[in-house]
Write a protein that binds this ligand. Sequence first.
Ligand code: 5GP
Ligand code: ZN
Length: 397
Amino acid sequence: MTSSSLQFAAAVTIPDHLIGEVHSKLAYVDERIAKAHISPSGDQITLELKYAIPAAERAAIEEKVQRVVLSMAKGAIRPKVQVLEDYLDRPTPFAADPMPELLRRGELFQEAEGIYALGPLFTRLIEWFENRFLQLADSFSARPYRFPTLIPARFLERVGYFRAFPHSLSFATHLRTDLDQIDAFAEGASCDEHGHLKVPLESFAPVRTLLSPAVCYHLYFTLADQTLPPQGVVATAVGNCFRYESLNLHSLERLWNFTMREVIFVGDKEFVLANRELARQRMQRVFGEIGFAYRVESANDPFFIGEFRKQAAFQSAFQLKYEIRARLPFKDGTLAVGSYNYHQDFFGRHLNIRLPDGSPAHTGCVAFGLERIAFAFLAQFGFDSIHWPSSMQEVFG
Ligand code: 5GP
Ligand code: ZN
């Protein structure tokens, strides 16, 4: 028998705090899955497949799903969520989903899933937030950097990225430097009805480079095998970041290609932690001035299945990550628009960045997702300038 949907009991009940995390990983289980649903009780999983397939193949998909469930949920301990700021209840004037209006106004043009061009209002709104982030960076006398969009595979290898986040990698390659290959490509390259380039894999050079998943890594690599000055390093940069999100790429909430502004601290433990805390307090004032509805709470990175349980518990136990979660009134939910991160001496050890006493440096960063913060702002304040804070009227030009 063939069928295009699949329902079964989860091998262990998925605790409610993990339902979102497990659900987002189901997007990577099998290319034939069109949609996945986990019941609110955490014990029923329903998959919609793109087309009907035989029972034996459905069983194989189910087995892969159970692998995800078991490795992420079995024996999982509920992290204690620590809330540092809670302004989720601030009244905001807008309640609709901004996506349809953004598309109608030509403020958003979808090039492909997770890839958008942004129009003038959106761009000016991002610039308004960028100015606030630059003021934050200035308050620390952060030194400005520009980093490439590409990152060498060996950089990411050195910091264990392949093991932690294999699912979200994006690879960059080029045609082999061979005249026959290049001529054949120029003559015959075309896209099929799914937009896939019809080119034999052998035409491509071996992958040595990826699209960068984060901004601060580039700074750490510039500091590798060096001793830091006694006062430490504070830097800032904005850059394109890439995280492939499979089925999770919908609306501006999740993009394959997004932009991140970071303020980065490298020094001893106290230096990094004190600056991370100062940055949080300074941003609290900025968000307060515009009446932004959000909260700051402890969080973990979206580690892949095999690493998830251990790493997420570690981040939670040592309070390594806090997210700024903005309210999205239209869905009664929240969206991470930024994060306050502390990596301990992880990069210091792996990249041999040393403090003047020879011990490994500690690092931390404050990262803002520019598209997300503008999207969350529009979701809370809408499109009518009357309802916007007076300090933001300039966005309307
Ligand atoms: P983090 O380093 O904490 O994972 O990411 C920092 C910020 O970048 C997040 O808080 C978020 O605002 C933004 N970001 C991370 N992943 C995505 C994504 O898939 N799409 C978008 N639009 N922003 C993202
Ligand atoms: Zn960072």
